[in-house]
Structure formats: C-alpha cells, structure tokens
Design a protein around this ligand. Structure first.
Ligand SMILES: [Zn+2]
Length: 196
C-alpha cells in the first residue's frame, strides 16, 4: 500500500471512531426518546371527578352521583333506641369505597354495629370521615397512611349489623374539636353537604 493509501485508511478509521464515540456518549438518536411516565393515578382521579359532590367532597361510593343519594339522617335505628346520624349509600357488595376527602387513616376499627370501619382525619384536622360496614379494606390500608381524595379504601359490604341483603356504605362526617381523637367529635349530616 502506498503512503497515501495508509493515510486515507487511518483518516477513515478516525472518522468512524469519532462517530461511534458521539453515539455512545448518549448523543440523541431521533425516535428513541423515552415515553412520558405513566399516569398511574388516572383511574382514581377519574373516579373522583365522576363522583364530584358539594363541600369539596366526592360521593364515597364508586359510580354513585349526588342526585342518587337519599337522606337517611335521623331515621330510627336499634328499634328506636337511637337515631341514624349518617347517610347510607346503597351499592352492590364489592363496589369500591372511595375517600370522600384527602386525609390520614387515624383508626381501623372492628365495631359490633359498624363491622369493618375506618376513621380518616382530613388534612384540615377539624373534620373526620367515618366509613362502616365495609366488606374488606384495600390491602395496604394502615393507620397513619395518607389517602388521596377518591383513593379506594375498601369495598361496600354488610359487616356489623347491616342486613346481608342490603349491602351499603354507612358514611358519617364528624366535626372535631381541637385535641379530640377518632372516637370523639360530633356528627354532621352528610346529605346536604354531598348534595351541594
Ligand atoms: Zn347507616
């Protein structure tokens, strides 16, 4: 090979080498960009939006609109020994129960009347939401865990003293005075709030 031949060969190798170096250094090759992160919260957010109710809350049972609610506040319970200070939201067993508001799980409690229950303190600590007769909790529900509005916390059921033929969510709203813990507070009728 002539001197010029060697020179051209070396120059060729140098050009190819430089090109490969640029590509390997992470030079951007069109068409290979990573897709945007998946919106993992999308289904929950969608469920919440569909259930939009008054008071900045959502109806805490998936697929139920505010207009479908009935006011069962003040109904007699326990053969007239006590009044119903809650709203009962009828739904098939297993329907997702959603957090009406964002907050922190304060207490998961087994109640004779309420069955599987959960108390969630809102981010505004002056309010607490109470959910009862759950068929089951979601697997990762723990005391101290934060929940987003619309996040599923369990499923509709009939645990406690609810009729097995009429599964429903028993939902209460509690006004909490400073320092009051989960078992305290005073019930407020959720119906006019949810109804808007
Ligand atoms: Zn009830």
């Amino acid at each position: 090979m002539t001197r010029l031949g060697w020179f051209l060969l070396l120059a060729f190798v140098a050009v190819i080498g430089t090109f490969l170096l640029i590509v390997n250094k992470g030079g951007h090759i069109p068409g290979t960009s990573r897709p945007a992160a998946a919106e993992s919260d999308a289904p929950l957010a969608a469920a919440g939006a569909a259930n939009k109710a008054g008071g900045g809350l959502i109806v805490p049972v998936a697929g139920v609109q505010p207009g479908q609610l009935t006011n069962s506040w003040g109904d007699e319970r326990g053969d007239g020994t006590r009044q119903h200070h809650a709203i009962d939201i009828m739904a098939p067993r297993g329907t997702p129960v959603l957090a009406a508001a964002a907050g922190t799980v304060e207490k998961i409690f087994e109640s004779a009347n309420g069955g599987h229950t959960v108390y969630i303190r809102r981010d505004d600590a002056g309010w607490q939401d109470y959910y009862a007769h759950l068929d089951a909790y979601v697997a990762d529900l723990r005391e101290g865990v934060k929940v987003r509005q619309g996040q599923q916390i369990g499923t509709v059921g009939s645990t406690g003293d609810a009729s097995p033929e009429a599964p429903h969510l028993h939902y209460e709203i509690h006004r909490m005075a400073p320092g009051e813990t989960w078992s305290k507070g005073s019930e407020v009728n959720p119906f006019p709030i949810l109804h808007g």
